[in-house]
Every structure is written in C-alpha cells, then in structure tokens.
Write a protein that binds this ligand. Structure first.
Ligand SMILES: [Zn+2]
Length: 501
C-alpha cells in the first residue's frame, strides 16, 4: 500500500514542525514526555484523532508496552499490533509504514505510528474523508475493525470500551485525555446486540455466556468425572474483548471458564464448569480446577481495580460454596503456583490479602452512611426527574427517574465524609427491562470526577458496589447520577451507601 499525497504532506509537515521546535528551543528535552509526543506525532502523521488513538491504546494495554513481550494472542507494544496464525496486523502495519516488524514490536514510537496507520487504513476503507476524520465519533467502525475480534458482538464490545474511555478521560504516564462527550456513530454495529444482552451464564447468575471454540477445551462431566477442588487465578495478558475473541479462535488452544473485566468487573463465562478448560498448563490441575482470567497485564498495576477484585471474589466464593472447596490459599491459587508452571500470573500487583478478604466476606467498615433520594437536604435533582413508587425493589418510599438526554442534569447525593481516605461507594436501584442499560454514576473523588456505568435492567433491589474511591473530608455532593448516556431506558436515582474501608 502507498501513502496518499495528502498523508505524505501531513507526515512531512509534522516532522518539519518537530525539527523547528527542537531547533528553536534546544534547552527543552523532548525526552520528558516521550509517550505523549509519540501519540501527538503519530496522530498528526496519519490524521487520526489524537485522543481516540490514546483511548484505543489505553483499552488495549494501559499504555504499557511490556518490554516487547507479546500478549496472549500475539499482540505487541502499546498499540497491541497482533501477529498470530489468523491475524497479521503487525505485518500490515509494516507494509503501511515501511518500518520493519522488529522495529514495530520493540520501538514504542514506531509501534504507535504503526497502530495509527492501521486505524487510518481502516478509516480509508470505510471512505471517511478529511472532514469526517475530524469527528472521533465517525471512527467507530474503524476502531471496531482494529480489534480483530471473532464476532460483531465482540467488535462492538471492543469499540464501546474505547469510546467509554473517551467519556471518562485518561491520565497516565504523562499522557492525558480530557473527559469528553463523543457521539459514536456505530454504523453497521448499530443493531448488534451488546454482549451483556446475550445468553446468561448457565453456571453463575451474574455472568453472561459466550462459548469458547470447542477446539480449546475438553468436554467432560465434572464433578462426577473429576472432583473440582481448586480455583486458579490468571491474568489475561490482553484486553477483555481480545481475550474473549482469542478463546473463540480455534488456533488459540487455550481457554478459561470465566473472564473478568478490569473497569467494572463484568464476567463472561466461556467454558461450562463441567468441562475442562485449558488454562493451567498442567493436565491434572486442569481436570480439578475452575480457571478465572482477569483482564490486564502482570506488569501494570492499574488493571487491578477494586471492581474486578470484588466481582471475581464473589464468583470464587460462589464456586467454592457450590463444589465444597475450602476458601483458603491452598485451594484458591495463582497460575504461578501450579506445579511446573512457566507463567508468572497473577504477578506482583495482584493483592491476595484484599482478594481473600472479599472471598471470605471479612472486613467490616468502621463508618458508613446511606443517602436516599428522600433524605432531607442531601438529595438534589432538577424538575426533569420524576418520582415513582412503581417497583417494589425500591429503597425507602420512592425513587426518581428521568429520560436519557445529551446533557448531564445530574441528580446528586450529598454526604459528610469524616476524614480523607478510601471509601466504598454502593448504589441501590430497582431494576426493570425499561430502565437504563448504562446509567452513569459520578463519584466526586479527591482527584476529580470518576464515572461508573451501571446496567439498571438487572441486579436491582440490593447494594451494588461501584468500587473504592479516594474521597476528601467534608460535606459535598459525593455521588451523582447523570442522564448523559448512550444507554436506553429511564435513568434511575434511588439510594447510595458510602463506607470507610
Ligand atoms: Zn495464567
């Protein structure tokens, strides 16, 4: 493939601009923010929206190049340029940029340029012209294609994760993306059912079901064929959508029973408990265990979120109760602890103390407060929020509801936080098929607002954790419910509970 004249011009002028800056300001070392510069240069050279490029990289790797080592599915560098038996993205990037595969694998600046070139090639295939390329929302299908996923549902899961990051904003390793509202044009994926709307897991009520390729596990009839007496904890070395897609690929020759998502703890089951997933690298341990994969990389701590720990621990606790497995570290083990293991996961950043505490249900909060929509003086919402007593799952007398709109118009819960520190934030809502599929809860943390999306169509009538957050001391609006979501159905505001952890 050859570069179009326009892209050549862009490439040349960006190189020139960089040279001029360097010549004019020799005292300023570009080395201070090499990653940030690399994204800016690659975005300019390929005419790709810079923030979108960063969001895609963050969704893939949290901007960690893991020293040139490949991911589980053969992806390299911060842009996860894939080279495996069925996907040749790395080779395509080499053709587009004229850079060698070796350089694209190991050199971060080259890797980012390669990823930008692939994304741009996808946009060109879709016929995005120069004006359309300015709008990040128009790149949705190009992003979906970048994921090289096994199905349209996974392509949508992949692209949605990237656009969700644009909405939340990113700040890591000297690279910053401001939170922004982007209307994603889903194009051919507009009517693709989201993965969470697909079949429910047959073995665990809080998971969805996507089958692994039958080439990647052994059918069995456990626990009668083999007793199940271990849970084995893994880290994927890849993204959530990428891992699910890889286990669906018959070339993978690996699988796990469950995959857990970093940002919100969502769980997909891919192999039935009764069957033998190939995850431990040890046949005896495969036959006796349930394998749980966690989205992330062992070398990057930011993947290990409280939401993921809690969700995974609830799953492990359920499995232990179901099969009579003791909830201790002899029976809940890391892949690294499997005899003969050549893998190191879950690695040094996995917090076993926190995890086992959640599995066993230990840890009583020292302070807790509950704020309901009816709590006097502590709840504010505009007149656009209606009041309902429709669902019997409500907390207290009633709850508030509003249509989703492209404006925040948040309902806020005020609380008096006794001291600066880490607090668990939980929310209560009644669920209904007509309620919102992605209700944005805003938590005002000590480092700015963080948004957590909750599917209010299920899981209602009980406390649902948004995770643990660093909060400032004092009286303030701590938790909000925004109406600004691409999800459909009424956004519900009922009650929140904040507990010191
Ligand atoms: Zn593993």
């Amino acid at each position: 493939m050859s570069l179009s004249p326009k892209r050549l011009t862009a490439l040349v002028s960006s190189v020139l601009a960089a040279l001029l800056v360097f010549a004019g300001q020799p005292a300023i070392a570009a080395k201070d923010t090499p990653l940030s510069d690399a994204f800016a240069r690659a975005a300019a050279a390929q005419d790709v929206p810079r923030d979108l490029l960063v969001a895609l990289a963050y969704a893939e790797t949290h901007l960690d190049g893991h020293n040139g080592e490949p991911s589980a599915s053969g992806g390299y560098g911060v842009m996860h340029l894939v080279s495996n038996p069925t996907t040749k993205a790395l080779e395509k990037a080499a053709g587009l940029t004229g850079l060698t595969a070796k350089k694209l694998r190991a050199d971060t600046e080259a890797n980012i340029l390669g990823g930008a070139a692939l994304l741009r090639a996808n946009a060109d295939e879709l016929g995005l012209d120069q004006a359309a390329r300015k709008d990040p929302g128009r790149w949705y299908e190009a992003v979906a294609k970048y994921g090289n996923t096994a199905s349209p549902q996974l392509a949508r899961l992949y692209a949605d994760a990237v656009y969700e990051l644009l909405g939340l904003g990113i700040q890591t390793k000297d690279v910053r993306v401001a939170p922004q509202e982007v209307t994603a044009d889903r194009g051919q994926y507009a009517n693709t059912r989201s993965l969470s709307a697909e079949a429910a897991s047959p073995d665990y009520p809080d998971a969805t079901w996507t089958a692994a390729s039958s080439s990647n596990y052994t059918a069995s009839s456990r626990p009668s064929a083999y007793a199940i007496d271990r849970v084995i904890i893994h880290v994927t070395q890849g993204s959530y959508a990428g891992t699910i897609s890889w286990f669906q690929n018959s070339a993978a020759q690996v699988s796990a029973h469950y995959v857990v998502k970093s940002s919100n703890g969502a769980i997909t089951q891919m192999v039935r408990d009764k069957d033998i997933a190939w995850h431990a690298g040890n046949w005896s341990y495969n036959t006796r265990s349930i394998g749980i994969e966690h989205e992330g990389y062992v070398s990057e701590a930011s993947w290990f979120t409280d939401a993921m720990y809690r969700s995974s621990a609830a799953l492990t606790s359920y499995i232990c109760d179901k099969y009579g497995i003791p909830k201790d570290r002899s029976h809940i083990i890391g892949h690294v602890e499997v005899p003969g293991a050549d893998h190191t996961d879950p690695g040094p950043y996995w917090n076993w103390t926190t995890y086992m505490n959640y599995v066993t249900g230990g840890g009583t909060p020292s302070w807790t407060t509950t704020v309901d929509n009816a709590t006097s003086g502590q709840f504010t919402a505009s007149a656009n929020w209606g009041t309902s007593t429709y669902s019997t799952q409500r907390y207290g007398a009633d709850y508030r509801f509003a249509d989703p709109v492209s404006a925040s118009d948040a309902a806020w819960y005020q609380a008096t936080i006794p001291s600066a520190g880490t607090y668990r934030v939980e929310v209560w809502y009644p669920d209904d098929a007509g309620y919102n599929s992605a209700a944005p809860y805003i938590v005002a943390t000590s480092s700015g607002n963080q948004t957590v999306y909750v599917d209010q169509r299920s899981g209602g009538g009980s406390w649902h954790s948004l995770g643990s957050f660093s909060l400032n001391a004092g009286t303030a609006n701590v938790v909000g419910v925004s109406r600004w979501t691409s999800g459909t159905g009424y956004v519900i505001a009922d009650a929140v509970r904040i507990s010191k952890v």
